[in-house]
Design a protein. Structure first.
Length: 274
């Protein structure tokens, strides 16, 4: 990747919960439409960077709305929610992704870095590729929501919203593939094993960022009002990472603890201080 200029833009896509996203009232329809509108607006923005052209005065977001597609996405998201899969085991999820893409005429490549899926939407321009990324794995948590589409797998749940991310990216894929001609080619990256922090490097090693000039990642976030889309330049969410701290104590007699350095006490204070 040396010698290449990378711009990472993080999007936090706010929804009260993935559940509200799957409701069928007009509010979520508007949110879905708004989201796809944002994606197109961002793409226009990017085209301005590489190939300046007059921008349309306005974009009518309702032009993008498709109630049939929306219902398909709700059904797909609930199906994925019912069948959550842990990191590196997302085989059924990958199959559903590929099926959906193929139903909508979007060529795709599966088994990327194991259980990843990649699809490309071409454009007539030679602009660098814009990548949109979703994660696909679930967590080792037992679902107790009582929802009609709750997890059918004991001890595994889509508790982080990746079922929503996957469905949203598929919706964006279909709308972007419909045209009009895109200002830049778009690559859709369905990344496994986000929860382990290992899926992204594995996908990069597999070459999914080759030719990519900019990448967008999104995450549902219940801390913002439903229907809000937060876009910012640079990192917005914490990364999964590990570190170790070594605390060295000093022993002594139990009757004189003040003459020792108790590593347990220091460790306890350290946890609070952090
Ligand atoms: Zn997550």
């Amino acid at each position: 990747m040396s010698g290449r200029s990378w711009t990472f833009v993080s999007m936090s896509l706010a929804c009260a919960t993935p559940v509200t996203m799957a409701a069928t009232s007009s509010a979520p329809l508007m949110r879905f439409t708004r989201l796809t509108s944002v994606v197109r607006t961002v793409l226009w923005d990017i085209r301005q960077r590489f190939s300046p052209r007059p921008m349309p005065a306005s974009v009518d977001v309702m032009d993008l709305f498709d109630p049939v597609l929306f219902e398909q996405l709700v059904a797909l998201r609930r199906d994925i929610h019912r069948h959550p899969e842990l990191s590196w085991n997302e085989t059924r999820t990958a199959l559903r992704i590929c099926e959906f893409l193929e139903q909508h005429g979007i060529a795709n490549q599966k088994d990327v870095a194991g259980t990843g899926v990649v699809a490309n939407i071409p454009a007539a321009t030679g602009a660098p590729i814009i990548a949109l990324r979703a994660d696909t794995d679930a967590l080792p948590i037992h679902e107790e929501t009582g929802l009609p589409f709750a997890s059918e797998v004991d001890g595994v749940m889509h508790a982080c919203g990746h079922d929503g991310h996957t469905s949203m990216l598929l919706g964006a894929a279909v709308l972007l593939a419909r045209g009009p001609d895109l200002p830049a080619p778009v690559r859709l990256i369905f990344q496994p094993a986000e929860e382990l922090g290992r899926g992204a490097p594995a996908m990069i090693d597999a070459g999914v960022l080759d030719g990519v000039g900019m990448i967008f990642g999104g995450h549902l976030d219940r801390h913002y009002p439903t229907g809000t889309v937060i876009v910012t330049d640079g990192p917005v969410n914490a990364a999964s990472d590990r570190f170790s701290i070594e605390i060295r104590g000093s022993g002594g007699h139990a009757a004189r603890p003040h003459e020792t350095v108790d590593a347990v006490v220091v460790g306890s204070l350290l946890v609070i201080a952090i």
